[in-house]
Design a protein around this ligand. Structure first.
Ligand code: GLV
Ligand code: MN
Ligand code: MN
Length: 395
């Protein structure tokens, strides 16, 4: 709740876009808390923050957890922050009990998980895992033209530590579910099996600006009307792969955005998701067909450029079992679940055994200022995280 005061919005949420002053303030507070807990703090070249609690053997790779402190423009108090602070609480608890693990414990704040200010999502855990180059990560550009690298420098979080190349023993991430499934089953812990696939596109539809009062309907080349037909196709493509298909147009920029000018150009994004690759590809093809057909019919030019592909991910069997055993040892109800949202755990899964722990959120609502989770569930997830990490870190 203290962290949620940074970037607090009037409706009870958080606006802490990646690498803004609010993000810097949240990072500073986290670093202060980490130092108070006796941790060593390191920042890497893309601004990921690593805090470390030493283990018995410094040569061993860390058992790692983490998530993100950045938020959506109308984000909630829990998305990301929960996983970061759950990790800190694990360290504080071990401190309270003077418990020494064999492996070091690390908690990481991953830069720009949301992908709202700088696309794509999870870019910094992606660099850490070797999916993207550092140059690619630093050159991601916001809508106002500034780059991720420039903003990192500005807020003082461009660190020295090389990004990636460090072995990780195993990675766990605690997160709110961000959907309704756990609540519907009255279940406290989601044992996450993997993350659904995701494809992101930058699109434009180009027409011709002209006068709203004088241009007869047959003469119009209305980019907005064409783009709206593509938006409808996105929804229909997702529905054609029910119940798992997801399709969203979340960003829409109309040019010149004047009430008496027929729009000449529209730029927009498409986010398509499905747990399986085959249906995901079919969704993409269906939207592309509509884009081509609509543009041909309406004398427009369309472009649908894929900027990000995140294949469906399965987590490591032994980490899944570790989470499941921790939940049952603590007497908590649990169920297997596939993540609908993207998480940094996706990229960590490419380099080390990885698992995730979900807790319910109120009415399944997230990416919304009213996002909420109960104190009991927050504590339960944190306990599962503690025991899962201990099982891997060794006494
Ligand atoms: C990350 O928040 C996502 O879009 O899944
Ligand atoms: Mn998140
Ligand atoms: Mn999010």
């Amino acid at each position: 709740m203290t962290m949620a005061q940074i970037g607090a919005t009037p409706r009870g949420g958080v606006c802490r876009l990646a690498l803004t002053d609010e993000d810097r303030e949240a990072r500073d507070l986290f670093v202060r808390w980490a130092q108070d807990a006796g941790c060593a703090v390191e920042i890497d070249q893309i601004g990921n923050i690593f805090i470390r609690r030493a283990g018995r053997d410094p040569a061993l790779p860390p058992v790692m957890t983490g998530s993100h402190l950045d938020s959506q423009p109308t984000g909630g108090k829990f998305d990301g922050v929960y996983g970061v602070l759950a990790g800190l609480e694990v360290i504080r608890t071990l401190n309270d009990h003077h418990y020494v693990t064999q492996h070091p414990i690390e908690v990481v704040v991953w830069t720009n998980e949301e992908g709202s200010r700088f696309a794509p999502s999870m870019v910094a855990s992606g660099v850490f895992a070797g999916e993207f180059s550092l140059e690619y990560g630093l050159s991601r550009t916001a809508i106002d033209g500034t780059t991720l690298g420039r903003e990192l420098d500005r807020i003082g979080y461009a660190g020295e530590r090389p990004c990636g190349g460090q072995p990780v023993h195993s990675y766990f991430e605690a997160h709110i579910e961000q959907g309704p499934l756990l609540e519907a089953q009255d279940c406290v812990i989601g044992v996450v099996q993997g993350i659904q696939g995701q494809r992101w596109f930058d699109c434009t539809v180009q027409g011709v600006e002209s006068h709203a009062g004088t241009t007869p309907l047959p003469h119009r080349r209305d980019a907005l009307l064409g783009a709206c037909r593509v938006v409808q196709a996105v929804r229909e493509a997702a529905a054609s792969q029910a119940p798992s298909g997801r399709g969203t147009v979340g960003q829409f920029i109309v040019h010149p955005n004047s009430r008496n000018v027929i729009p000449g150009r529209v730029a927009f994004t498409i986010d398509l998701r499905h747990p399986e690759d085959g249906p995901l590809v079919m969704m993409v093809e269906a939207v592309r067909e509509t884009m081509d057909r609509v543009c041909a019919e309406m004398d427009l030019t369309g472009d649908m450029h894929e900027i990000w592909y995140q294949p469906p991910t399965s987590f490591d069997r032994s980490c899944i079992d570790t989470v499941s055993h921790a939940a049952s040892a603590l007497g908590l109800s649990s169920m297997p679940i596939i993540s609908g949202a993207g998480h940094d755990a996706k990229y960590l899964a490419q380099i080390c055994p990885t698992g995730m722990i979900f807790i319910p959120c109120k009415d399944g609502i997230s990416h919304n200022e009213i996002e909420d989770a109960s104190q009991e569930d927050v504590e339960a997830g944190c306990n599962v995280l503690l025991h899962a990490m201990l099982a891997r870190a060794g006494a």
